[in-house]
Unconditional design. Structure first.
Length: 265
C-alpha cells in the first residue's frame, strides 16, 4: 500500500483486488480536508459501495505525520447567517453518510493527529489501528466555537463513549492512543514499522468474511443509530449565526494564540 504525494490537496482513491484504499493528501496543512476533498471522499465511498468485488476499505493520511488534522475553515470567514452553517453541516453529513453506508469492512490507519473531520472519519470506520503517537480530538469549543451535527455527535459518541466525547468537545482535550485503546475504540496500537504488516493482515481477515453478513450487520447497526437522531438544525443555526462564531473564526484565521473572549451570543 504505497503512499503517493501531491502538492494539490486531494483524496487519492485506488483499488487493489478486493481492497480499496483512500488516502488524504494535503501535507502542507497536515492533511486538513478542503471542501473538494470532502466531496472526493463522498464519491469514493459511493464507488466502493457500488462495487461488490470490494471486501475491505482502508483510510490513511499521506506523510505519516497526520491522519487528518481537521477541516479547512477559511470559507467560514464569509459566513453571516446561521443557515450557512446548517447548509455546511448538511454537506458534511452527506459526505459522512456515504462513508457510513460503505457495506464492506472499513479500517482507519491513524498516524499522528486525527482531529475534527479526522476524528469523525476514524469513528465512522469499523476498526482503527494507530501508532503510539496518535492523538484524537475535536476542540471546536476552544478554537472557532462552532458545533457538530446530531449525526456527527452520535457517530463519535457511539464510537468513543459519551464521556470521552465530552472531554474532546467540552474540555478540548486530545486523547492518546493508549486511552482509546483501553476504551476499545482502537483495535491495536502498533509501531510505525509494523503498521503496514498489521493492516495487511487485518484486511485479509476482513476480506475472508461472508460479504452479506458484513453488509447486513453494518446496515442494521446504521439504521438503529439513525432512528434515534433528533432534528437540531435550529441549534446549529444558533451557533453558526452567533457573534461568538464570527469572533472565533477571525481569531483562528489570524493565528491568535489566546482563546477568544466568548460572550455566549
Amino acid at each position: 500500500m504505497s503512499e503517493a504525494t501531491s502538492e494539490t490537496p486531494r483524496v487519492i482513491y485506488e483499488k487493489q483486488g478486493h481492497t480499496a484504499h483512500i488516502r488524504f493528501s494535503n501535507p502542507a496543512a497536515h492533511n486538513a480536508l478542503t471542501s473538494q476533498m470532502w466531496h472526493q471522499l463522498r464519491d469514493a465511498a459511493r464507488d466502493i459501495a457500488a462495487d461488490r468485488a470490494i471486501r475491505v476499505a482502508t483510510f490513511r493520511g499521506v506523510g505519516a505525520k497526520a491522519f487528518i488534522s481537521g477541516t479547512d475553515i477559511s470559507k467560514f470567514a464569509d459566513y453571516t447567517t446561521g443557515q450557512q452553517g446548517v447548509d455546511y453541516e448538511r454537506d458534511i453529513d452527506e459526505c459522512m453518510s456515504a462513508v457510513d453506508a460503505i457495506p464492506c469492512t472499513t479500517i482507519a490507519l491513524v498516524e499522528g493527529w486525527a482531529v475534527g473531520g479526522g476524528m469523525n472519519i476514524s469513528a465512522a470506520c469499523d476498526f482503527r489501528i494507530a501508532t503510539p503517537d496518535a492523538r484524537f480530538g475535536s476542540p471546536i469549543g476552544r478554537t472557532i466555537g462552532n458545533c457538530l451535527s446530531a449525526l456527527s455527535l452520535a457517530r463519535i459518541g457511539g464510537a468513543v463513549g459519551v464521556q470521552y466525547a465530552k472531554r474532546m468537545v467540552l474540555l478540548g482535550e486530545f486523547l492518546t492512543a493508549q486511552q482509546l485503546h483501553d476504551s476499545g475504540f482502537l483495535l491495536r496500537i502498533v509501531e510505525r514499522d509494523a503498521l503496514e504488516t498489521e493492516a495487511e493482515a487485518l484486511c485479509q481477515r476482513a476480506a475472508e468474511n461472508a460479504p452479506l453478513t458484513t453488509r447486513v450487520t453494518k446496515e442494521t447497526l446504521l439504521r438503529g443509530q439513525k432512528a434515534l437522531l433528533p432534528d437540531i438544525e435550529d441549534l446549529i443555526a444558533l451557533v453558526y449565526g452567533s457573534a461568538d462564531f464570527r469572533k472565533g473564526v477571525a481569531q483562528f484565521l489570524a493565528r491568535t494564540k489566546t482563546l477568544p473572549d466568548w460572550a455566549g451570543e
